[in-house]
Design a protein around this ligand. Structure first.
Ligand SMILES: NC(=O)c1ccc[n+]([C@@H]2O[C@H](COP(=O)([O-])OP(=O)(O)OC[C@H]3O[C@@H](n4cnc5c(N)ncnc54)[C@H](OP(=O)(O)O)[C@@H]3O)[C@@H](O)[C@H]2O)c1
Length: 324
């Protein structure tokens, strides 16, 4: 059977680049839809232009287009069996621009699977989060609901906290880098490496078991309390850190007074780590506990069960890689 042709929208982003790499590594003909200002000579951002050159050198086809330009979307999708979105979350509008992608998928008629830009926590309790997380995750939820209503074949990836976001700062979005003398401790979290999440996504796009499902990526060994994370850092740097514990009221105040994107990151920390809102999905898994599939309803599947031979980068391995 011919390998599915994959189109990634948002392939120059922090998450999208891993999805493009995983698609190429799995041997899929892979295209990346890129805004003209991002690609080619005279590109706005030299770092993204260089990234695109690397993706091209690894075999990706670069296609000019824009989510806001329907014709360009339809033209790019005519050569795609699978569309993966990795658009960002700078605003609810950016998230909801994916409704335009869905309209183009419906007009094209040949796309067999769509993966919307999620790659985070489950969204059911988004309305209980602090702003701006409530609006941004609320927009993700509206895209999810529109997707279900549209009958576009899809898979939604819930991969919780990416390694690259909180681990290098020992769990504190406000930190400038790794902890040196003191550290702020929030709570527990599921940490999944971006490359592993991308490998799982590419496996899932051709898998009938993930059709129209939420696919959770919850390797039990990657559920880590922030206390464990700080202990790992202490072992690695060979000294004890001064521990600061933050009260919920103080964290709420910081969310309300910080600029974007820090306020979004702190609001996610508030919901996931402190208030335990969407971590409910993580709490269902206990390390060494019951089969993860027992915790999924009919609309949900668990990557560790579908792809049991997959090895996941652990929190400790990731931190080891950060320290030279
Ligand atoms: N769980 C976690 O810890 C975690 C962490 C980070 C992100 N995420 C999630 O991962 C997803 C991607 O986020 P990110 O941080 O990787 O995003 P990002 O770095 O901001 O990248 C956004 C991408 O979307 C593209 N894009 C935006 N508007 C476009 C348009 N009109 N037409 C075509 N392309 C457009 C951008 O292209 P240009 O290069 O042209 O700007 C860029 O490639 C989001 O859903 C986010 O919530 C999860």
């Amino acid at each position: 059977m011919a390998s599915s042709r994959i189109l990634v929208i948002g392939g120059t982003g922090r998450i999208g680049r891993h999805l493009v790499a995983a698609s190429l590594n799995a041997g899929h003909p892979t295209a990346v839809l890129v805004r003209p200002a991002t690609a080619g000579a005279g590109a706005d951002d030299p770092v993204r232009a260089k990234l695109l050159e690397e993706l091209h050198n690894h075999g990706a086809r670069i296609v000019n287009g824009d989510i806001k330009d329907h014709e360009s979307l339809v033209a790019a999708m005519e050569h795609a069996d699978v569309v993966i979105s990795a658009v960002g979350h700078t605003s609810p509008e950016e998230v909801e621009s994916q409704l335009k992608i869905m309209r183009a998928i419906q007009d094209t008629g040949n796309v067999k699977r769509f993966v919307p830009s999620e790659y985070g926590c489950n969204l059911e309790l988004a309305d209980q989060m602090l702003e701006p997380a409530r609006s941004i995750l609320g927009a993700k939820l509206r895209v999810r609901e529109a997707l279900r209503a549209s009958e576009i074949p899809h898979t939604i990836i819930c991969s919780y906290w990416n390694h690259g976001f909180l681990l290098p700062k020992a769990g504190d979005p406000e930190a400038d880098g790794p902890p040196v003398t003191r550290v702020t401790i929030f709570g527990d979290a599921m940490f999944v490496n971006e490359k592993d999440m991308s490998t799982v996504t590419i496996k899932a796009v051709d898998d009938p078991r993930t059709l129209n499902k939420v696919l959770h990526v919850r390797p039990p060994a990657n559920l880590c309390s922030l206390h464990q994370l700080v202990s790992l850092w202490e072992r690695k740097i060979g000294k004890n850190l001064e521990k600061c514990y933050i009260l919920e009221e103080e964290l709420t105040r910081k969310v309300q007074t910080s600029p974007f994107p820090l306020n979004f990151q702190l609001a996610m920390v508030h919901s996931t780590l402190l208030a335990g809102v969407p971590s409910a999905a993580c709490e269902q898994i206990t390390v060494g506990g019951d089969d993860a599939s027992d915790n999924c309803n009919d609309n949900e599947v668990e990557a560790t069960e579908l792809y049991p031979s997959m090895n996941y980068v652990s929190v400790e391995e990731y931190i080891n890689g950060l320290i030279v």
